[in-house]
Design a protein around this ligand. Structure first.
Ligand SMILES: [Zn+2]
Length: 300
């Protein structure tokens, strides 16, 4: 069981000091992929960095600008290009003169026509001024932030470690309220599992996801996240041990306890897991990745 943390006290548009160096403003965009909304973090005092400014929302821009009144925004740091994270970077840059840091969309990401909506959508206009795809450090007075490449949720996902508090801003890579959606082809389960290990190895004291409250029991939480993915993969190989099957056939069985409206999302996650198992030589595919491809155990 994942020890979810979902309790969060806030008021939309208000700025809360949540740690000695971190302030948070929550955008009023709650939803199935954003929980209570996008939590925009402001790091430092006087000369600050803003992490994930959020959707292009005039009220949220005004709230961020009010929070940093009299201060300089030197850096805008983006975890990934989803539309609840990056679109406000442009307007915030125009208002403050800050430079945008992040990793540009790597692959040509297109929303598949007719595919179920799995995420808050892609911000294909996202272009950082400074590329941190390979990692890198940015700093201001009293704060040092290191970009950590964490592909998986998207191919360009970055987490940002705050050295002074041994904390990490995890975007959508690790969230306290939910598991992360992995939608191939931009989402990749093999990369995702490696990226979880990369964050786990750092022994951070606190994780600050873009949605929801901070995670304080970091290692047990990441271990539960990893165990959950392994459990889902074990369920798939167990089901295929009873005979070849398609994702369309497996989902209603393996996700029978889950609301049927979430089955399309479950099918995408299952595809991500199956591609990972196929790479590992555990599963063979009878065709290109998809819901109606017949999968079988490799040794069957
Ligand atoms: Zn996302």
């Amino acid at each position: 069981m994942i020890p979810y943390v979902r309790e969060i006290e806030f008021e939309y548009g208000a700025c809360d000091q949540v740690s000695p160096l971190i302030r948070r403003v929550v955008c009023n965009n709650p939803g199935p992929f954003t929980f209570k909304g996008t939590g925009t973090y402001i790091v430092g005092r006087g000369e600050v960095a803003v992490i994930d400014p959020g959707p292009d929302d005039a009220a949220h821009l005004a709230a961020i600008l009010a929070a940093v009144a009299g201060e300089t925004v030197s850096h805008i740091l983006i975890t990934h290009h989803h539309s609840d994270h990056s679109p406000l970077a442009g307007p915030l840059k125009a208002a403050t003169g800050a430079t945008i840091h992040g990793c540009a969309v790597k692959s040509h990401v297109e929303e598949e026509a007719g595919a179920p909506k799995m995420e808050a959508g892609h911000d294909l206009a996202f272009h950082p001024d400074v590329s941190l795809c390979g990692g890198g450090t940015v700093s201001g007075p009293g704060w040092t932030m290191e970009a950590i490449p964490t592909p998986g949720h998207t191919s360009n996902h970055l987490c940002y470690a705050l050295a002074e508090e041994n904390a990490c801003f995890t975007g959508d890579h690790i969230m306290g309220w939910s598991t992360t959606v992995i939608t191939p082809p931009d989402g990749d389960m093999t990369d995702y599992l490696e990226s979880l290990q990369r964050i786990r190895a750092r022994n951070f004291e606190t994780l600050w996801p873009t949605h929801g409250p901070p995670i304080r029991d970091v290692t047990p939480f990441i271990d539960a996240y990893l165990a959950h993915r392994q459990e889902r993969m074990d369920q798939i190989t167990l089901a295929l041990s009873r005979g070849p099957a398609t994702i369309r056939q497996l989902v209603p069985d393996l996700y029978r306890d889950v609301d049927a409206r979430l089955h399309p999302a479950a099918a995408r996650s299952m595809l991500a897991a199956i591609i990972h198992l196929e790479r590992g030589g555990e599963i063979e595919a009878g065709g290109p990745p998809g819901p109606d491809t017949v999968y079988r155990l490799a040794n069957a």
